[in-house]
Ligand binder design. Structure first.
Ligand code: HMG
Length: 423
């Protein structure tokens, strides 16, 4: 049996994000719901939330994020042997989002392709599998594409509504990564069977026991961080310079870090407050602009952190906390690679957040009320009014297959013909 790549490092080589074209400003939502806007902007820390339109879904967002990863990250797609999509926005009971992404991107046929699901933890499950695939030696020098892609939706007018969002994060996982070297095999995990958040098969909007979900998240921080720290002390791991959290809304990351600081590490309120500003604040800029992106949320925070601070963090240790309702959590860490600042700059991580379209409240409600009314009865030749550089969900054909268009690859469902064999 192969003994793995113990002399090498494994981790995140490149990152890219994708968001829908449109967003709703939380001030507009607050006015429509007759709520003081400070409750959303200060109480939750939410400024804007991305809203997916009729031609955007988990496949298009994932494909756009991965396309950006390949273009900006200089990725050799022929070296990919593993494609995993973490998502809780299922579009089919059987066919995974990952198969569409694999086809639309024309990735090698010699590839392990699948989705992973456990609420917001699905992306981390996919990442851990990729890291272990490479570290075990099974990858034989190939790379893994991990994409987290979701649309976060709650009922109109519900307390969860201001914490919606949509987006995808694509990660290239390799040996000798250029951004973040992960500490393989050193993680703290925590799980408990709770009903804090769920989405029955018949529903498009999530159901949530909101305040209970916050306390479940905090219990999971204590459990996973505590397990990680016990092992870290044994290993003599050293200090963390920054920590990125799962960010369902910005204030939640603050609550999480404060709970860890006070309950787990014995800091006082003032020390917890200044640590949060220094060690967590820089990772929250993208989440405030996009909202909850479920599986991608932690990795959106990592992208924001590297975008803001990769230069000062080279050689430093960064902690990562992933939470999935239901629930499971994992705390782990990595070291920012030498040269990461130049790589982060070339990735232009914030580019998808520019040039978005602000929806007025009426347009937002119209999109939501039309949901479930997916574009149907289409043929692969139907025109779609989307930017040519974006993937689009065209509709559902007569055989109930989902049809997509990507400018440089044409349409599915016949995309398998475009695939090429692995090197
Ligand atoms: P709520 O009950 O409407 O809000 O919903 P609230 O009354 O708790 O107020 C929120 C904050 O605003 C409070 O601050 C208020 O004090 C403050 P805090 O005490 O928490 O620090 N506030 C104001 N601040 C300034 N000016 C004002 C003002 N008024 C109030 N005028 C809740 C909040 C989070 C429950 C709701 O939005 C919700 O249900 N969200 C969805 C669930 C969620 O995000 N849970 C997070 C943990 S679970 C998780 O992360 C997993 C998840 O991502 C799913 C998955 O894993 O798949 C959700």
């Amino acid at each position: 049996m192969n003994q793995g790549t113990s002399s090498s490092t494994v981790g995140i080589d490149a990152i890219a994000i994708a968001t829908p074209r449109a967003y709703l400003d939380l001030v507009d939502l607050a006015a429509a719901r007759d709520v003081p806007s400070d409750k959303y902007t200060k109480g939750l820390g939410a400024i804007r939330m991305a809203i997916a339109g009729r031609h955007e879904d988990p496949v298009t967002l994932a494909t756009d994020a991965a396309s950006r990863l390949f273009a900006r990250g200089g990725v050799d797609a022929s070296r990919i042997g593993y494609v995993a999509v973490g998502t809780e926005t299922g579009i089919d009971h059987s066919k995974p989002v990952a198969s569409y992404v694999h086809g639309l991107l024309g990735l090698p046929a010699a590839c392990r392709v699948f989705d992973t699901k456990h609420a917001c933890f699905g992306g981390t499950a996919a990442l851990m599998g990729a890291v272990e695939w490479i570290a075990s030696g099974a990858a034989r020098g190939r790379s893994a594409l991990v994409v987290c892609s979701d649309i976060a939706r709650y009922a109109l007018g519900s307390p969860g509504e201001p914490t919606q969002g949509a987006g995808a994060v694509a990660l290239l996982v390799t040996e000798r990564p250029r951004l973040l070297e992960l500490e393989v095999g050193h993680t703290g995990t925590y799980a408990r069977d709770v009903h804090d958040f769920w989405r029955p098969l018949s529903r498009r909007d999530a159901l949530v026991d909101g305040h209970y979900s916050v306390s479940c998240y905090l219990d999971a921080v204590a459990g996973a961080f505590g397990a990680w720290r016990d092992e870290d002390v044994r290993r003599g791991g050293g200090a963390l310079a920054r920590t990125a959290y799962h960010v369902p809304y910005v204030k939640m990351a603050k609550k999480a870090d404060r709970h860890r600081a006070i309950a787990c590490e014995g800091l006082d309120e003032a020390a917890a407050e200044s640590r949060f500003a220094r060690e967590v604040g820089p990772s929250l800029a993208f989440a405030a602009e996009v909202g909850n992106v479920y599986t991608g949320s932690l990795y959106m925070a990592l992208a924001a952190l590297l975008h803001a601070e990769a230069g000062v963090l080279e050689g430093e240790r960064v902690g990562l906390f992933s939470y999935g309702s239901g629930c499971v959590a994992e705390f782990f860490a990595g070291r920012v690679a030498a040269g990461a600042a130049a790589v982060a700059e070339s990735l232009a991580l914030d580019e998808p957040l520019r040039d978005r379209v602000r929806l007025d409240f009426g347009a937002y409600e119209a999109i939501r009320r039309a949901d479930g009314d997916e574009p149907a009865g289409v043929t692969a030749d139907d025109a779609v009014d989307v930017a040519s550089d974006r993937c689009a969900f065209v509709g559902i054909d007569a055989a109930e297959r989902r049809v997509y268009r990507r400018a440089s690859h044409g349409s599915t469902p016949r995309a398998d013909a475009a695939n090429t064999a692995a090197a």
